[in-house]
Design a protein around this ligand. Sequence first.
Ligand code: PMV
Length: 361
Amino acid sequence: MENKWLNEAFKGEVPNDFQGKVGWQSPSNIALVKYWGKRGKQLPQNPSISFTLSECRSETFVDFEKAEKFGFQFFFEGKENPAFGAKIEKFLLENQSFFPFINQLNLKVESRNTFPHSSGIASSASSMSAFVMCLLEIERSLSLSKGRPIDMVLRKASYFSRLASGSAARSVFPKMALWGATPYYKGSSDEYAVSLADDIHPIFKTYYDSILIVSGETKSVSSRAGHALMEGNPYAPARYAQANENIKNLLAALKSGDLDTFINITESEALQLHALMMCSNPSFILMKPNTLRIIEEVRTFRNETQIPLCFTLDAGPNVHLLYPDSEAEKVESFIKSELLKYCNQGRWIADHVGDGPKKMQ
Ligand code: PMV
Protein backbone atom coordinates (compact mmCIF):
# COMPACT_ATOMS: atom_id res chain seq x y z
CA MET A 1 0.00 0.00 0.00
CA GLU A 2 1.34 3.41 -0.95
CA ASN A 3 1.83 5.96 1.81
CA LYS A 4 2.32 9.24 -0.02
CA TRP A 5 -1.40 10.05 0.25
CA LEU A 6 -0.98 10.12 4.04
CA ASN A 7 0.21 13.70 3.83
CA GLU A 8 -2.21 14.79 1.14
CA ALA A 9 -4.69 17.44 2.26
CA PHE A 10 -7.62 19.22 0.69
CA LYS A 11 -6.18 22.66 -0.11
CA GLY A 12 -8.97 24.11 -2.24
CA GLU A 13 -11.74 26.60 -1.56
CA VAL A 14 -14.51 25.16 0.63
CA PRO A 15 -17.87 25.75 -1.17
CA ASN A 16 -20.07 28.43 0.42
CA ASP A 17 -22.94 26.02 0.99
CA PHE A 18 -20.71 23.38 2.61
CA GLN A 19 -22.32 22.26 5.88
CA GLY A 20 -23.53 19.11 7.59
CA LYS A 21 -23.06 16.75 10.50
CA VAL A 22 -20.99 13.57 10.80
CA GLY A 23 -20.82 11.06 13.64
CA TRP A 24 -18.47 8.20 14.58
CA GLN A 25 -18.05 5.94 17.56
CA SER A 26 -14.64 4.55 18.37
CA PRO A 27 -13.50 2.12 21.08
CA SER A 28 -10.87 2.26 23.76
CA ASN A 29 -8.09 -0.35 23.64
CA ILE A 30 -6.00 -2.16 26.21
CA ALA A 31 -2.28 -2.64 25.54
CA LEU A 32 -0.62 -6.01 26.17
CA VAL A 33 2.90 -4.83 25.27
CA LYS A 34 2.90 -1.26 26.56
CA TYR A 35 3.87 1.97 24.86
CA TRP A 36 5.70 3.94 27.55
CA GLY A 37 8.23 6.50 26.36
CA LYS A 38 8.10 8.60 23.22
CA ARG A 39 10.41 10.57 20.93
CA GLY A 40 10.09 13.17 18.19
CA LYS A 41 6.58 13.97 17.10
CA GLN A 42 4.54 11.39 18.98
CA LEU A 43 6.71 8.46 17.90
CA PRO A 44 6.98 5.44 20.19
CA GLN A 45 10.25 4.29 21.80
CA ASN A 46 9.06 0.72 21.33
CA PRO A 47 6.26 -1.07 19.49
CA SER A 48 3.04 -1.96 21.33
CA ILE A 49 0.20 -4.45 20.82
CA SER A 50 -3.39 -4.09 22.02
CA PHE A 51 -6.84 -5.60 22.07
CA THR A 52 -9.49 -3.31 20.60
CA LEU A 53 -12.40 -3.10 23.02
CA SER A 54 -16.10 -2.79 22.36
CA GLU A 55 -18.21 -1.48 25.27
CA CYS A 56 -15.81 1.29 26.36
CA ARG A 57 -16.11 3.78 23.55
CA SER A 58 -16.61 7.44 22.62
CA GLU A 59 -19.45 8.67 20.44
CA THR A 60 -18.67 11.92 18.67
CA PHE A 61 -20.67 14.16 16.35
CA VAL A 62 -19.23 17.13 14.48
CA ASP A 63 -21.43 19.89 13.02
CA PHE A 64 -19.57 21.79 10.34
CA GLU A 65 -20.28 24.84 8.21
CA LYS A 66 -18.31 27.16 5.96
CA ALA A 67 -16.92 30.17 7.87
CA GLU A 68 -14.62 33.16 7.36
CA LYS A 69 -12.12 31.71 9.82
CA PHE A 70 -11.60 28.64 12.01
CA GLY A 71 -14.20 28.37 14.78
CA PHE A 72 -14.30 25.58 17.38
CA GLN A 73 -16.55 24.54 20.25
CA PHE A 74 -16.41 21.30 22.22
CA PHE A 75 -19.23 19.80 24.31
CA PHE A 76 -18.68 16.76 26.50
CA GLU A 77 -21.79 14.93 27.70
CA GLY A 78 -23.98 17.92 26.91
CA LYS A 79 -21.83 20.60 28.58
CA GLU A 80 -19.25 22.84 26.99
CA ASN A 81 -15.82 21.56 28.08
CA PRO A 82 -13.13 24.13 27.29
CA ALA A 83 -10.30 22.09 28.87
CA PHE A 84 -10.77 19.02 26.65
CA GLY A 85 -11.73 21.27 23.71
CA ALA A 86 -8.39 23.08 24.09
CA LYS A 87 -6.54 19.73 23.62
CA ILE A 88 -8.33 19.00 20.34
CA GLU A 89 -7.94 22.58 19.16
CA LYS A 90 -4.20 22.44 19.91
CA PHE A 91 -3.90 19.19 17.93
CA LEU A 92 -5.74 20.78 14.98
CA LEU A 93 -3.69 23.97 15.02
CA GLU A 94 -0.36 22.12 15.40
CA ASN A 95 -1.25 19.91 12.43
CA GLN A 96 -2.85 22.57 10.26
CA SER A 97 -0.70 21.63 7.29
CA PHE A 98 -2.57 18.30 7.20
CA PHE A 99 -5.98 19.95 7.61
CA PRO A 100 -5.71 23.40 5.95
CA PHE A 101 -9.45 23.36 5.17
CA ILE A 102 -10.32 23.83 8.86
CA ASN A 103 -9.40 27.51 8.43
CA GLN A 104 -12.59 27.82 6.41
CA LEU A 105 -14.83 25.92 8.83
CA ASN A 106 -16.79 26.35 12.00
CA LEU A 107 -16.78 23.08 13.96
CA LYS A 108 -19.05 22.18 16.85
CA VAL A 109 -18.08 18.88 18.46
CA GLU A 110 -20.33 16.88 20.79
CA SER A 111 -18.84 13.82 22.45
CA ARG A 112 -19.86 11.32 25.08
CA ASN A 113 -18.32 8.18 26.55
CA THR A 114 -20.21 4.97 27.12
CA PHE A 115 -18.11 4.19 30.19
CA PRO A 116 -18.67 5.95 33.52
CA HIS A 117 -16.91 9.27 33.94
CA SER A 118 -15.08 8.38 37.15
CA SER A 119 -14.02 4.87 36.18
CA GLY A 120 -10.34 5.68 35.65
CA ILE A 121 -10.59 4.36 32.06
CA ALA A 122 -8.38 6.34 29.68
CA SER A 123 -10.63 8.10 27.21
CA SER A 124 -8.08 9.78 24.95
CA ALA A 125 -7.71 6.71 22.66
CA SER A 126 -11.44 6.44 21.99
CA SER A 127 -12.26 10.14 21.93
CA MET A 128 -9.34 11.21 19.73
CA SER A 129 -9.86 8.38 17.23
CA ALA A 130 -13.62 9.10 17.05
CA PHE A 131 -12.88 12.78 16.40
CA VAL A 132 -10.30 11.94 13.71
CA MET A 133 -12.77 9.61 11.97
CA CYS A 134 -15.22 12.56 11.83
CA LEU A 135 -12.56 14.94 10.54
CA LEU A 136 -11.52 12.55 7.77
CA GLU A 137 -15.12 12.11 6.77
CA ILE A 138 -15.51 15.89 6.43
CA GLU A 139 -12.39 15.87 4.27
CA ARG A 140 -13.77 13.01 2.20
CA SER A 141 -16.96 14.94 1.55
CA LEU A 142 -14.76 17.73 0.17
CA SER A 143 -13.96 15.01 -2.37
CA LEU A 144 -10.21 14.55 -1.90
CA SER A 145 -10.14 10.90 -0.94
CA LYS A 146 -13.53 9.65 -2.11
CA GLY A 147 -13.33 6.08 -3.27
CA ARG A 148 -10.14 5.21 -1.39
CA PRO A 149 -10.08 1.58 -0.15
CA ILE A 150 -11.10 1.27 3.49
CA ASP A 151 -7.68 0.00 4.65
CA MET A 152 -6.09 3.20 3.33
CA VAL A 153 -8.69 5.32 5.11
CA LEU A 154 -8.03 3.46 8.37
CA ARG A 155 -4.28 3.89 7.98
CA LYS A 156 -4.71 7.63 7.58
CA ALA A 157 -7.08 7.67 10.58
CA SER A 158 -4.47 5.80 12.62
CA TYR A 159 -1.73 8.23 11.55
CA PHE A 160 -3.72 11.30 12.67
CA SER A 161 -5.06 9.64 15.80
CA ARG A 162 -1.44 8.97 16.77
CA LEU A 163 -0.61 12.65 16.45
CA ALA A 164 -3.49 13.41 18.86
CA SER A 165 -2.79 10.61 21.36
CA GLY A 166 -0.30 7.78 20.76
CA SER A 167 -2.45 4.88 21.94
CA ALA A 168 -5.38 6.18 19.83
CA ALA A 169 -3.47 4.99 16.74
CA ARG A 170 -4.38 1.41 17.73
CA SER A 171 -8.13 2.01 18.29
CA VAL A 172 -9.09 2.24 14.61
CA PHE A 173 -8.50 -1.45 13.84
CA PRO A 174 -10.72 -4.43 14.71
CA LYS A 175 -9.66 -7.13 17.23
CA MET A 176 -5.93 -6.40 17.68
CA ALA A 177 -3.44 -3.80 16.50
CA LEU A 178 0.32 -3.31 16.46
CA TRP A 179 1.81 0.19 16.54
CA GLY A 180 5.56 0.70 16.05
CA ALA A 181 8.14 -0.59 13.61
CA THR A 182 9.43 -4.08 14.30
CA PRO A 183 11.41 -6.49 12.09
CA TYR A 184 9.01 -9.21 13.27
CA TYR A 185 5.97 -7.81 11.44
CA LYS A 186 6.02 -6.79 7.81
CA GLY A 187 4.46 -3.39 7.12
CA SER A 188 4.65 -2.23 10.74
CA SER A 189 5.43 1.43 11.29
CA ASP A 190 6.15 4.04 13.97
CA GLU A 191 3.78 6.42 12.20
CA TYR A 192 0.58 4.39 12.31
CA ALA A 193 -0.78 1.13 13.65
CA VAL A 194 -1.58 -1.94 11.55
CA SER A 195 -4.28 -4.56 12.03
CA LEU A 196 -3.26 -7.93 13.47
CA ALA A 197 -6.72 -9.43 12.91
CA ASP A 198 -5.52 -11.77 10.15
CA ASP A 199 -2.48 -12.98 12.07
CA ILE A 200 -3.97 -14.15 15.33
CA HIS A 201 -5.34 -17.50 16.45
CA PRO A 202 -9.18 -17.47 16.55
CA ILE A 203 -9.18 -17.84 20.36
CA PHE A 204 -7.94 -14.25 20.75
CA LYS A 205 -10.93 -12.93 18.81
CA THR A 206 -13.16 -14.28 21.58
CA TYR A 207 -11.32 -12.59 24.46
CA TYR A 208 -13.10 -10.81 27.29
CA ASP A 209 -11.71 -7.87 29.23
CA SER A 210 -13.44 -7.51 32.59
CA ILE A 211 -12.33 -4.22 34.07
CA LEU A 212 -12.35 -4.17 37.86
CA ILE A 213 -12.69 -0.60 39.12
CA VAL A 214 -10.45 -0.45 42.19
CA SER A 215 -10.58 3.34 42.20
CA GLY A 216 -12.43 5.86 40.08
CA GLU A 217 -10.05 8.72 40.97
CA THR A 218 -8.38 10.68 38.20
CA LYS A 219 -4.82 9.60 37.49
CA SER A 220 -2.13 11.27 39.63
CA VAL A 221 0.27 11.33 36.66
CA SER A 222 -0.86 12.22 33.14
CA SER A 223 0.41 9.98 30.35
CA ARG A 224 2.22 13.00 28.86
CA ALA A 225 4.17 13.41 32.13
CA GLY A 226 4.67 9.64 32.40
CA HIS A 227 6.21 9.34 28.93
CA ALA A 228 8.48 12.30 29.73
CA LEU A 229 9.72 10.58 32.90
CA MET A 230 11.16 7.78 30.76
CA GLU A 231 13.73 10.26 29.40
CA GLY A 232 15.69 10.28 32.65
CA ASN A 233 14.92 6.73 33.70
CA PRO A 234 18.14 4.66 34.07
CA TYR A 235 16.26 1.49 33.13
CA ALA A 236 14.89 2.92 29.87
CA PRO A 237 17.37 1.19 27.47
CA ALA A 238 16.78 -2.20 29.11
CA ARG A 239 13.02 -1.61 28.98
CA TYR A 240 13.02 -0.85 25.25
CA ALA A 241 15.13 -3.94 24.51
CA GLN A 242 12.79 -6.09 26.59
CA ALA A 243 9.67 -4.62 24.92
CA ASN A 244 11.08 -5.53 21.49
CA GLU A 245 11.77 -9.07 22.66
CA ASN A 246 8.22 -9.29 24.10
CA ILE A 247 6.80 -8.09 20.77
CA LYS A 248 8.64 -10.85 18.93
CA ASN A 249 7.48 -13.58 21.32
CA LEU A 250 3.93 -12.28 21.70
CA LEU A 251 3.43 -12.10 17.93
CA ALA A 252 4.42 -15.77 17.69
CA ALA A 253 2.14 -16.73 20.61
CA LEU A 254 -0.79 -14.80 19.14
CA LYS A 255 -0.38 -16.68 15.90
CA SER A 256 -0.09 -20.15 17.39
CA GLY A 257 -2.58 -19.69 20.24
CA ASP A 258 0.11 -20.29 22.91
CA LEU A 259 -1.76 -19.10 26.02
CA ASP A 260 1.09 -19.74 28.50
CA THR A 261 3.38 -17.35 26.64
CA PHE A 262 0.52 -14.87 26.20
CA ILE A 263 -0.12 -14.85 29.97
CA ASN A 264 3.55 -14.64 30.84
CA ILE A 265 4.25 -11.64 28.60
CA THR A 266 1.00 -9.82 29.36
CA GLU A 267 1.44 -9.90 33.13
CA SER A 268 5.13 -9.09 32.94
CA GLU A 269 4.40 -6.04 30.73
CA ALA A 270 1.78 -4.72 33.19
CA LEU A 271 4.17 -5.03 36.12
CA GLN A 272 7.06 -3.51 34.14
CA LEU A 273 4.95 -0.44 33.32
CA HIS A 274 4.30 0.09 37.03
CA ALA A 275 7.90 -0.72 37.99
CA LEU A 276 9.09 1.95 35.54
CA MET A 277 6.81 4.49 37.20
CA MET A 278 8.01 3.47 40.65
CA CYS A 279 11.64 4.00 39.73
CA SER A 280 11.15 7.26 37.85
CA ASN A 281 12.11 10.55 39.44
CA PRO A 282 9.70 11.75 40.78
CA SER A 283 8.33 8.31 41.47
CA PHE A 284 4.69 7.23 41.32
CA ILE A 285 2.92 4.27 42.87
CA LEU A 286 -0.34 3.90 40.97
CA MET A 287 -1.38 0.49 42.28
CA LYS A 288 -3.58 0.39 45.40
CA PRO A 289 -3.57 -2.37 48.03
CA ASN A 290 -6.66 -3.87 46.38
CA THR A 291 -4.87 -3.98 43.01
CA LEU A 292 -2.32 -6.35 44.58
CA ARG A 293 -5.01 -8.38 46.33
CA ILE A 294 -6.75 -8.98 43.01
CA ILE A 295 -3.47 -9.94 41.32
CA GLU A 296 -2.74 -12.49 44.06
CA GLU A 297 -6.25 -13.96 43.82
CA VAL A 298 -5.99 -14.22 40.02
CA ARG A 299 -2.67 -16.08 40.21
CA THR A 300 -3.98 -18.48 42.87
CA PHE A 301 -7.16 -19.11 40.86
CA ARG A 302 -5.09 -19.85 37.74
CA ASN A 303 -2.79 -22.26 39.59
CA GLU A 304 -5.67 -24.08 41.21
CA THR A 305 -8.03 -24.33 38.23
CA GLN A 306 -5.63 -24.22 35.23
CA ILE A 307 -8.07 -21.70 33.68
CA PRO A 308 -6.02 -19.32 31.48
CA LEU A 309 -7.11 -16.12 33.24
CA CYS A 310 -4.56 -13.31 33.41
CA PHE A 311 -4.42 -9.63 34.26
CA THR A 312 -3.06 -6.45 32.80
CA LEU A 313 -2.97 -2.88 34.11
CA ASP A 314 -3.12 0.51 32.48
CA ALA A 315 -1.41 3.51 34.09
CA GLY A 316 -3.70 3.32 37.12
CA PRO A 317 -4.97 0.98 39.86
CA ASN A 318 -7.78 -0.79 37.94
CA VAL A 319 -7.27 -4.38 36.87
CA HIS A 320 -8.15 -5.72 33.42
CA LEU A 321 -8.91 -9.45 33.50
CA LEU A 322 -8.35 -11.21 30.19
CA TYR A 323 -9.77 -14.63 29.29
CA PRO A 324 -11.30 -16.50 26.35
CA ASP A 325 -15.02 -16.89 25.80
CA SER A 326 -14.87 -20.61 26.62
CA GLU A 327 -14.02 -19.74 30.27
CA ALA A 328 -16.42 -16.81 30.64
CA GLU A 329 -18.95 -18.50 32.89
CA LYS A 330 -16.39 -19.76 35.43
CA VAL A 331 -14.39 -16.54 35.45
CA GLU A 332 -17.46 -14.33 35.89
CA SER A 333 -18.65 -16.37 38.82
CA PHE A 334 -15.12 -16.08 40.34
CA ILE A 335 -15.22 -12.29 39.81
CA LYS A 336 -18.60 -12.00 41.50
CA SER A 337 -17.85 -14.25 44.43
CA GLU A 338 -14.19 -13.34 45.15
CA LEU A 339 -13.15 -10.09 43.51
CA LEU A 340 -15.96 -7.55 43.60
CA LYS A 341 -15.25 -6.94 47.29
CA TYR A 342 -11.98 -5.27 46.23
CA CYS A 343 -13.74 -2.93 43.78
CA ASN A 344 -14.94 0.60 44.41
CA GLN A 345 -18.64 0.17 45.22
CA GLY A 346 -18.43 -3.27 43.59
CA ARG A 347 -18.02 -1.69 40.17
CA TRP A 348 -16.71 -3.53 37.11
CA ILE A 349 -17.17 -3.22 33.34
CA ALA A 350 -17.77 -6.31 31.19
CA ASP A 351 -15.97 -5.63 27.93
CA HIS A 352 -14.71 -7.83 25.12
CA VAL A 353 -12.66 -7.68 21.93
CA GLY A 354 -14.47 -5.57 19.34
CA ASP A 355 -14.63 -4.45 15.75
CA GLY A 356 -13.23 -0.91 15.73
CA PRO A 357 -14.92 2.40 14.83
CA LYS A 358 -18.44 2.59 13.41
CA LYS A 359 -20.21 5.37 11.62
CA MET A 360 -23.22 6.84 13.45
CA GLN A 361 -26.36 8.09 11.77
O1 PMV B 1 -1.65 7.34 24.39
P1 PMV B 1 -1.08 7.87 25.63
O2 PMV B 1 -0.10 8.97 25.40
O3 PMV B 1 -2.17 8.27 26.62
O4 PMV B 1 -0.22 6.70 26.35
C1 PMV B 1 -0.79 5.49 26.75
C2 PMV B 1 0.14 4.72 27.59
C3 PMV B 1 -0.44 3.46 28.22
O5 PMV B 1 -1.84 3.48 28.24
C4 PMV B 1 0.06 3.36 29.66
C5 PMV B 1 0.06 2.20 27.50
C6 PMV B 1 -0.51 1.94 26.13
O6 PMV B 1 0.25 1.44 25.28
O7 PMV B 1 -1.72 2.16 25.91
